[in-house]
Design a protein around this ligand. Structure first.
Ligand code: PLP
Length: 395
């Protein structure tokens, strides 16, 4: 008889966003006259940049002609796409070798798969509140999670502390859900700790494009020693509107050696065994998004999301609600009012203001009593949400 993966019983029953969606749908079915405003899931609302659309059309046309047709792509990514990633790093003064870039269909896939490089007995430190997949993918693989709580006191930017025991560390800066972003000095503390303990950092740079503060590094490789301890994951989902188009890349430096083995070589072996390359069309789209013109065009959309963040932040100020984020990230992380827990506030806000957010506890235990607003909705929805918040809080 087949034996199933018993580690699945260590997971909570429902994925956070599935549960919020079900509650919102039930509410709408019971109140068809009410219109819910969705500030919950972090999905983009603005279209792809014109240069990306053009690249997609051109690539489709190439696939229509025998002389320009492409079959399988290289498992690790097509040269032009890897070069686009290398050039993107060079803009920040970071030198990456094309062989260190692994193109993927968005980093959600790699966040789970990369665990295949590490033994199941490793302890995994997750700086929380955190994107739920960090802990869940490791629980599925039977690893022990060591939560590192972000709190109001540490500004949701916890640092390594004496006695911390872990071999793998997940960091996301700017952070989803809190919007908090590590400064160079703070991130350096994690890099130094990882090198000292022969640990590995998985650095999620999904929100890098939202950084406005010059003290905040865009890549972990801006820090000294990071090439010896860190893997970085970069996604075009939020920076260029690729959530439904899909493209990202993972960087595994050749200088990252553990137990005498190159993790870059191991990842080459993993990807060339477990994947068959990323669609030519999407790699063309991704490379177009990372040209100067592509970045310039995407900045217009980022500006709209930033403005949404400013509107919601100033609304929370007027309502005297404590919050983090908004400045370097498209999320606001607010304290639930009147001591409500996250799910009570979720239901209360939905019922009384018709606004759907995300309960903070879904991002780890230390998120209890906190709540996330996404700033990716349209300006019209954001303006209406701001008005409803003012009336909900009686401001
Ligand atoms: N990492 C973080 C922190 C995210 O918020 C998300 C998506 O919301 C992802 C990774 C997944 O990104 P992708 O769309 O590239 O799979």
């Amino acid at each position: 008889m087949i034996r199933i993966n018993s580690y699945y019983s260590n997971l909570s029953d429902n994925f956070l966003f599935y549960e919020t969606k079900m509650r919102a749908e039930r509410f709408e079915a019971a109140h068809p006259e009410r219109r819910l405003l969705r500030l919950g899931i972090g999905d983009v609302t603005l279209p792809l940049a014109p240069v990306v659309i053009e690249a997609l059309h051109d690539a489709v046309d190439e696939q229509a002609r025998p002389e320009t047709f492409h079959g399988y792509m290289p498992e690790l990514g097509k040269d032009f796409m890897k070069q686009a990633a290398v050039t993107n790093y060079a803009r920040r003064g970071v030198r990456i070798d094309p062989e260190e870039v692994f193109v993927c269909y968005g980093i959600g896939d790699d966040l789970g798969a990369i665990g295949g490089l590490f033994a199941s007995e490793n302890r995994v430190a997750v700086v929380e509140p955190a994107y739920p997949a960090y802990a869940d993918t490791n629980l599925m693989a039977g690893r022990t999670i060591v939560p590192i709580p972000g709190t109001e006191e540490n500004g949701f930017l916890p640092l390594p502390f004496p006695g911390l025991e872990a071999e793998l560390i997940y960091l996301c800066s700017p952070n989803n859900p809190t919007g908090a972003a590590y400064s160079k000095a703070q991130l350096q503390a994690w890099v130094d700790w990882a090198n000292e303990h022969q640990a590995v950092i998985l650095f999620d740079a999904a929100y890098e494009a939202f950084i406005t503060d010059p003290a905040v590094p865009h890549s972990i490789y801006e820090l000294s020693g990071a090439r010896e301890c860190a893997i970085e994951l970069f996604s075009l989902s939020k920076s260029a509107g690729f959530t439904g188009t899909r493209l990202g890349y993972t960087v595994v430096p050749k200088t990252l050696i553990r137990e005498g083995r190159s993790l870059q070589s191991m990842w080459v072996r993993n990807r060339s065994t477990c994947t068959n390359g990323v669609s030519y069309l999407l790699q063309r789209a991704g490379a177009a998004a990372l040209t100067e013109e592509g970045l310039r065009q995407s900045r217009a959309s980022l500006g709209v999301y930033r403005k949404n963040a400013q509107i919601l932040a100033s609304t929370l100020d007027r309502c005297a609600i404590r919050y983090f984020g908004g400045a370097n990230a498209p999320y606001l992380w607010l304290r639930c009012p009147e001591g409500m827990d996250s799910w009570t506030f979720f239901d209360n806000l939905m019922e009384n203001a018709g606004i759907v957010g995300t309960p903070g506890v879904g991002f780890g235990a230390c998120g209890e009593g906190w709540f996330r607003f996404s700033c990716f909705s349209t300006p019209a929805v954001t303006a209406e949400a701001a008005a409803r918040l003012l009336s909900y809080f009686g401001a």
